[in-house]
Design a protein around this ligand. Sequence first.
Ligand code: ADP
Length: 769
Amino acid sequence: MGDRDKTKAQLIAEIDRLRRRVAKLESMSRSNAREKGAPASTAEDARPGCIRSMTEMEGPVLMQDRVRNILRGQAVDVEDLGLADVQQLVEELQIHQVELEMQNDELLRVQAELQAMRDSYADLYDLAPVGYLTLDTDGIIQKANLTAAALLGVEKGGLTGQPLVLFLFEKRDTTAYHDYLHKLLKTEEAQACDLRLLRRGVSLPTSVSGRRVFASTSHTLASSEAQGRMPFHAHLDGIVIYNEHKTVQGFRITISDITAQKRAQLALRESEARFRLLAENARDLIYRYCLLPTPKFEYVSPSALALTGYTPEEHYADPYLGFKLVHPDDRHLLEAMTSGEVSKDPLVLRWVRKDGSVLWTEQRNVPIYDDDGQLEAIEGVARDITERKQAEMELLESEARYRRLVESSPDILYVYSRTRGGIYYSPRVEAVLGYSLDYLYDHPFLWWDSIYNGDRESVAQAVENFAEGQRIDIEYRIRDAEGNLHWLHDRSIGRRIEGDEIIIEGLATDITKSKRAEEALQQAHRELAIKAEALEEANQELTQYAYVVSHDLRTPLRAIHNYVDFLHEDLEGRLNEEQQVYLDGLSKAVQEAEALVSDLLELSRLGRREGSFESIDTGLLLQALIAVMDLPEDVEITMEGSYPTLNLDEVVFRQIFQNLISNAVKFNIADCKRIRIGCRVVVDMEQGGDIAQQAAYEFYVRDNGIGIDPRYHKQIFGVFERLHTAGEYEGTGIGLAIVRKGVAKLGGTVHLESEVGQGSTFFVRLPKA
Ligand code: ADP
């Protein structure tokens, strides 16, 4: 039913309904607007349009007033209006209702948007990575976000009304906190501070006296309470907030947990301190050399002084000190490094120390680049390797020395492995075998193959024995490149074991020449032995012959002697002078012949004598001998010193000294013929064996006679060797031959010291044992 069809009563009822509806919408609109904080839009603001339409239709003032009055709830005498007016009033109210409803919808939409924004703001606030706290000027928490609650280990909402001072870790944090709030209050500018806060476990007091809590320490935790709870490092950023009177109303503070950062800082500081300690005490030189913006030493460890003679300060003062110190020959290496060629391998450099001596270092450098990739600095460690370098150089030198020795050695030095053959030969091998070194290395078993067939087995045995630990010392023959045989004396001088291999280090000497000489010598010895045998035989025969001849001659000579004596007796006084001379000559000749035969017989007897050795007091024997020799008056014999008792053949001993003493008397023209006899102990170095075996008794017979020219010292010991005619000194020339043979029989030697006119001393050396 349209409004026009309605009765006036119905329309009045409709006006009443509409009035209530509009009133309700307006109140809703107002409350919505209040909630949004937007200036309240009233139905009246929206009204002019409607009023205008009404005015247009019915006259502005009247309709406006009517509608306003209706809306104000004032009683409008609708009853008095005509139906048309009532109908128009209803329409006006309906339009107004629609407008209000539209306005209300808009308000609801805006309200929903605002709510969504408020929610997201609340999320942002709560879930911010930092804690937000709003404190009043007493330090009581007015508002806190979720992060702040989580940081302090309290449920959301649990912080409100609590003083922040409750969450400070210890006294110095409280002090820092108080100072901080004071500073904020004083400056009214943004301030930051770091302190330690406690997380959770705090039994919060149920009520806190609200006054100036932040200035009091009475609520900080006792340290026992704090024990076992985790303090954390917090960074606080804060500003003051004002009320509408522009006076400070409190603080807005953000809290960030910087524990990890603090720990990292601490660890960094500790490690820096540790490394500095290491650097300061290291023997190596540790440095940081900055290249940008200008070159300079940024750090040089104190060891610089010991290494270079320059203090770290001297390094700091002169950025180019390194270039001045580096050895001229190594400067290019240092320049290359500072121009960016920083090698990962250690750099070996020489430097000239302050005292002028040379320092060798081995350096490890690390290039440090800036953000643009430019070489900014070089950090490094330099180690003094002077001693090592010197040792290396000495080693090289000694190696070179030994190489020279090895290469110039007349021996072949070699290294040989049974499995690999020849590994090394010194150059001498080329001269001996006639193969080049290259050829030998190409044919590692050539040496082995060149060994003379007949000797190979013994060489193989020697190598086998070497493997079992014995030394090699062997002579064998080897064929050279031309097929000639060489004798080698091969001996091991070293042994090396490499894995399963036993390696021989040896020395081979070409002994071909000495081998030949030795062979020749042996041949000569053999020939000599044959000759000696023949000689011995001849000698035996001769001795036999001499014995037979002298023995057999004795009888006819005795007969001639007798007959001459008879003639002397029978023709006494009847011979003329010439006949007498002949007969005397005959008599003398017979005597000499007899003496000769007698001496010869004595000599040959001595040669044939088997010898009976017995213990004899040589001193007593000599005294007895002198006593029976019936020496002339002008002879003075002195026996000096003491004499040993020896085990020897008495007859031979006697013959030796009888001949020496009689010669000392015979070849003496001194008025007083002084003969001195003695014995002493000597050591004969020419004898082999030890000192005891070298010791001997040396008897001597010294005279002051005519002396003997040294030219004849050897000759006079021969048979019939005389230096004088029978007219000068009589004799047979056999005496000293008997001496020599007799001394040899006793195992001794004889020699003399004499000069013409100086007397003679004959020495007879007999073995002590
Ligand atoms: P003989 O005495 O019969 O001549 P020896 O064989 O005893 O023969 O001596 C050889 C020679 O050595 C002597 O002829 C003499 O010339 C020399 N001679 C030996 N003993 C002495 C001596 N004591 N002083 C000097 N000459 C000596």
